[in-house]
Design a protein around this ligand. Sequence first.
Ligand code: SF4
Ligand code: SF4
Length: 99
Amino acid sequence: MTIRQSGTPKWKELALGNAVLVPGSSRHNRTGDWRSSRPIWKLEQCVKCGVCTVFCPEGCIAMRRADAYPEADMEYCKGCGICVNECFTGCIAMQEEKE
Ligand code: SF4
Ligand code: SF4
């Protein structure tokens, strides 16, 4: 291993830590188990822009076929709140799970 002046190895020299060998493996990692709070939508304020679906890091928000409003899959929503921050209409709020 070559140690650079900065004292850190080059990225190609790092030990392999983890590898995703099979596509779709994230389906088995149900990140909803991490959640301590969940997003709640006030759909009457939603303009169906789809921004929340793009920014959700779990990709767990989809626009419903029936009415084109967003809906999160709680099996995978980890409660990060990014959708709340990104929705410009303010129609999503986080609610503690115990509520
Ligand atoms: S709280 Fe986070 S993980 Fe859950 S739907 Fe919003 S952006 Fe996605
Ligand atoms: S970002 Fe807000 S307004 Fe846009 S679809 Fe999502 S919830 Fe609705």
